[in-house]
Design a protein around this ligand. Structure first.
Ligand code: ADP
Length: 384
């Protein structure tokens, strides 16, 4: 046990010298045998994934995509059928249970249903991993008290889980997961049972664990909003494959796959859907044009071409061409510190300068032209 641990202090870890990923999946496949048909079923197929120390890595996908199976391989609760999984420099694929124990101590887990002991107090729940690790009682007490402080539950130390709200229970879950100073925290749908406000509080706490304690976080979720709020990297999973991955801003700003666009649609406001467009057309007879807003450009990489910024010069263009216009729909969100969203305008397209304006708008921005109520258009990019 390190000296600082003995004092119970929570200390930040400086990143390791090496630039090897802290977690690496190489061509990992997992087959389950269906009990009835005896046919093998591929839950994971050719997974390549690298997670760097200090990342908050979001893994998003619908139910059944393979997310839990993937994450359970990090602490070897699940073994690959083929391929290799390396964690903290150790190839875990063939390790025996006894050799796995020290590795598992460096990996904390947080669950959707909290998994707290109902007959133990908050403090006793948090102390549990320290008991398993045979810490001296006075060291345990000091450590638990620091952890309670970190998660803001010092006054609730002697309560039982049933006396806590969902958000408080999850904070106990996080404190327990951090008890043995793990290097990696696996969060499996950790906020899925919580309301949006409590979700934000719990995400805030996970972000502090990452920033202040240097814990790498792997976060499984089906909520793109969770990824938007906290992750710096994201992988989108579908049918046992990673279909798209990269920096969160890049994936949000320039999604390549239809499934990624669907997820992003749930987390980014301002993009009108078919029903919105119908109701806008009913109210506004003019030309309806949506301008995508992307504050930063996206460099090429992760199988994605370079994509420029968009929506940065609309007001200036409208003013310069002396156009009459109305802003009729829109919204903006912040992803990794930069704005992403969409603004929808109505223009009278019979105005003199409209053609010239539209040329320049199209050259310097990503737009979706929905036509007019009398002459509607359904652009390809929007149909997907
Ligand atoms: P997710 O976490 O994305 O919901 P899972 O990793 O739990 O997905 O599951 C992926 C697929 O693998 C699902 O079709 C699931 O039914 C199947 N699966 C998971 N675990 C087992 C198992 N132990 N035996 C058989 N099939 C399994």
């Amino acid at each position: 046990m390190a000296e600082d641990d003995a004092q119970g202090a929570l200390t930040a870890r400086s990143p390791q010298e090496t630039h090897d990923p802290i977690i690496r999946f190489s061509n990992v496949t997992k087959e389950f045998t269906n009990r009835d048909s005896k046919e093998p079923f591929r839950a994971l197929d050719g997974i390549d994934l690298s997670i760097d120390e200090g990342d908050i890595y979001g893994i998003i996908g619908y139910s059944g995509a393979g997310k839990s199976t993937l994450v359970r391989m990090i602490n070897a609760l699940e073994r690959p059928t083929s391929g290799s999984v390396t964690v903290l420099g150790t190839e875990v694929t063939g390790l025996s249970e006894s050799k796995l124990r020290p590795l598992r101590q460096k990996i904390g887990m947080v669950f959707q249903q909290f998994n707290l002991f109902s007959t133990r107090t908050v403090a006793q729940n948090i102390a549990y991993p320290l008991q398993l690790d045979h810490w001296r009682k006075d060291y345990q007490d000091r450590r638990v008290s620091k952890l309670l402080e970190f998660v803001g539950l010092s006054e609730h130390a002697d309560k039982y889980p049933a006396q806590l709200s969902g958000g408080q229970k999850q904070r106990v879950g996080i404190a327990r997961a951090l008890a043995t100073s793990p290097r990696i925290l696996l969060a499996d749908e950790a906020t899925s049972a919580l309301d949006p406000e409590t979700t934000s509080e719990v995400l805030q706490l996970l972000r502090r664990a990452n920033a202040e304690l240097g814990v790498t976080i792997v976060l499984i979720t089906h909520q793109m909003n969770v990824v938007r709020q906290i992750a710096n990297r994201v992988a989108v999973m579908s049918n046992g494959h990673i279909v798209e991955s990269g920096d969160v801003y890049d994936v949000f700003a320039a999604p390549q796959q239809p499934i990624t666009r669907r997820f992003i649609g749930t987390a980014i406001s301002g993009l009108p859907d078919a029903a919105h467009i119908d109701s806008l057309r009913a109210r506004w007879p003019g030309r309806i044009i949506t301008v995508l807003v992307r504050q930063r450009e996206v460099p090429a990489g992760d199988g994605r071409p370079a994509v420029g910024a968009s929506g940065q010069n609309i007001s200036e263009l409208i003013a310069r061409h002396h156009l009459a216009s109305g802003l009729i729909y829109g919204g903006m969100d912040t992803v990794d510190g930069a704005a992403i969203g969409a603004l929808t305008y109505e223009f009278d397209d019979t105005q003199d300068r409209f053609g010239q304006f539209l040329d320049e708008l199209t050259r310097t921005n990503d737009i979706i032209d929905f036509g007019t109520a009398a002459d509607p258009r359904t652009p390809q990019a929007w149909k997907e």
